[in-house]
Design a protein around this ligand. Sequence first.
Ligand code: HEC
Length: 153
Amino acid sequence: MKKLFMPLLAGTLSVALAGVAMAADDPIRKAQELRQAPMKLIANNFGFMSAMAKGDIPWNAGEFQARGRELGAIGQLDLMRGYVPESYEGKTRAKPDVDFEIDDFREKMQKFEVALRDFGGIADANSMRAAIGDLGENCKGCHKKYKSKEYQD
Ligand code: HEC
């Protein structure tokens, strides 16, 4: 039983590993992952802070401020990395419009980086709480035009 099972398992594993290796070698997939990674970090902090600001989770000024500072640090990154030609299909929600209007998109992203840094520099948690809605306008303003809800085909 064991003897029969092992080669089958080994075969399945090598097919699965080949899939992983292919993704790792694919420069387009890498670019997509690179631009999605900071968005995930941003959303994790932003979502947490929005929930706290709304009272969905208990208010904790120290934690709120720490998350806000983290958003400021992410604003130091070049969030335009990964927006390369030919990368607007497959496992991405970035619409091809990003490529067609890359100058407008870049301008929005650079404004967002500044907004994140400014937000991170706000002196105290209460003032940050008052400013979180404005920060969220950046997300909406860009996603509406450049991000779809589903992956592109
Ligand atoms: C200047 C444009 C722009 C701004 C500003 C922006 N995003 Fe995005 N965001 C995008 C694009 C484009 C994608 C799709 C990237 C992809 O799938 O390749 C994306 C993807 C995402 C994703 C999905 C990431 C994944 O793993 O696929 C989340 C979550 C997200 N954004 C949250 C936010 C939040 C929260 C904000 C504001 C605090 C924000 N974004 C601001 C353009 C923007």
